[in-house]
Design a protein. Structure first.
Length: 462
């Protein structure tokens, strides 16, 4: 329990979906925040006699849920949205790498602001960024991204990416866009030691994240896994996203992606991978056996025609699954709350499970507790329970868009994108009435437009 001197915020008269182990819900309940923790939660009014109540919120007409957790993103792509819109993954990468390879620190910071702002105003309280493009002379890109997240007030994981397989080695990135094996490992270790916080209420964490099988060497994968485990941090990469990737792995390594990852030490409960679209039964069994996590990115997979991930089968097998926006050059909206609906609808297109693929509460769990599992923070965030960190969202469901839907969770997932009346991270409110309180959205809109134009000019000059 929090000490009596703790400052408390009381939220009452709202529907609550806790997303705890029992999927406990309250048709009309309360939640008490004490400093940065959830102190109590339950049906009816808050307990009488609470001390140091600094604010009471009458949340009539609202649903309170855990804050959304994004498990895969590429922030820098905010300034290259709307390009190569009719390409599959490999052709899309070939088209955009020459532009991405010219980003600098200011572009990285501004793009991170845009990506973070769009997610945060839509209910994301924990974000992650898989940044893997570190052109020579581009400045402190990792520091710039972390700074943007800190200013926004969101909880954040930087997956410090890397690439060392360029065009000359049979990869896709231009030669000047990749690092050396030694340089990538050293820079990643420096980033972890400088920025990673292992504490319960950490606002910034770092993962080791070589980009993908087709842009990194086998040695970078192996040594990256060894580095992460020596430093006690998590591992992240792309896996099994497309048929072309599977063919690439079989031609180059003589095995499919999952077998290849296992041979390099990249399956385990400290690992999560983005996409995992093309997984057979043995692949899913291997992920379940090792508790390897998956970041499901339904909109991006559709945008790049990658396919439909077997999420129902993964969940049945016990694979931890969260949701991801993915980079905003393959998901131009950049929002995670729309992925709740997209995950449900796209998985119902699977001809095996159809209407039984996912339901509204499973979709909400993917976007909250599932994400916390994937990021290794399920004991701290992802559900509304006493003692957990106060990361939560008040969704307004009494307007025209949702008022005639009786079940609030169904309204949130199946309905239009719901307005966020308030979003709290670590007990601090960062959104009010769908507007950010911590940064100037209009200024970010201007700066992202300017940096996008500057990058386009530089790329055009070759």
């Amino acid at each position: 329990m929090a000490p009596s001197a703790a400052q408390r915020i009381v939220i009452e008269n709202c529907a609550i979906a806790t997303v705890d182990a029992n999927d406990t819900e309250y048709a009309s309940g309360h939640l008490v925040i004490a400093d940065n923790r959830i102190e109590s939660i339950g049906a009816g009014k808050a307990p009488e006699g609470l001390e140091n109540v600094v604010r009471r919120i009458d949340a009539t007409g609202h649903l309170v849920t855990p804050g959304l957790i994004n498990t895969h993103h590429h922030f820098y792509q905010w300034i290259t949205r709307g390009l190569a819109t009719d390409h599959n993954l490999f052709n899309w990468l070939v088209a955009l790498y020459p532009t991405w390879a010219r980003i600098d620190e200011q572009m990285g910071y501004t793009a991170a602001q845009g990506s973070l702002a769009m997610m945060a105003r839509g209910g994301v309280t924990t974000a992650m960024d898989h940044h893997y493009v570190y052109p020579r002379g581009s400045g402190d890109l990792s520091g710039a991204i972390i700074k943007a997240a800190s200013e926004m007030g969101v909880r954040f994981t930087l997956a410090r990416g890397s690439m060392d397989r360029s065009e000359k080695d049979g990869g896709l990135p231009p030669d000047f866009a990749v690092e050396t094996l030694e340089g990538a490992l050293a820079a990643t270790e420096e980033t972890v030691k400088k920025h990673h916080d292992a504490s319960f209420d950490a606002m910034t964490q770092v993962a080791v994240a070589p980009c993908s099988p087709f842009s990194v060497s086998t040695e970078l994968l192996k040594q990256g896994a060894e580095l992460a485990r020596r430093l006690g941090v998590r591992l992240h990469t792309h896996g099994s996203e497309t048929v072309e990737e599977e063919q690439f792995c079989k031609e180059l390594f003589g095995m499919g992606p999952t077998e290849y990852f296992e041979s390099t030490g990249w399956l385990g409960e400290d690992v999560w991978m983005a996409h995992c679209v093309h997984m057979n039964d043995s692949d899913i069994e291997a992920f379940a056996r090792t508790r390897t996590g998956v970041a499901h990115c339904p909109s991006s997979n559709a945008r790049l025609a990658a396919g439909i991930a077997r999420v129902p089968d993964m969940l049945k097998a016990g694979v931890p699954v969260g949701l991801g926006v993915d980079g905003t050059a393959s998901n131009e909206s950049g929002e995670l709350h729309t992925e709740l609906r997209n995950a449900l609808l796209i998985n119902r297109l699977n001809t095996v499970h159809r209407e039984a693929a996912l339901n509204a509460r499973q979709a909400l769990r993917l976007g909250t507790y599932g994400g916390a599992q994937v990021l290794g923070r399920a004991s701290q965030i992802g559900s509304l329970e006493a003692g957990k960190l106060a990361d939560l969202v008040l969704w307004k469901l009494d307007t025209l868009a949702h008022a005639s839907i009786a079940d609030p969770v169904t309204a949130l997932v199946f309905g239009a994108a719901a307005p966020v009346t308030a979003s709290f991270v670590n007990g601090r409110q960062i959104v009010e009435n769908s507007r950010l309180l911590t940064v100037d959205e209009d200024a970010i809109a201007r700066s992202t437009r300017d940096e996008a134009q500057r990058l386009a000019r530089i790329a055009a000059q070759g």
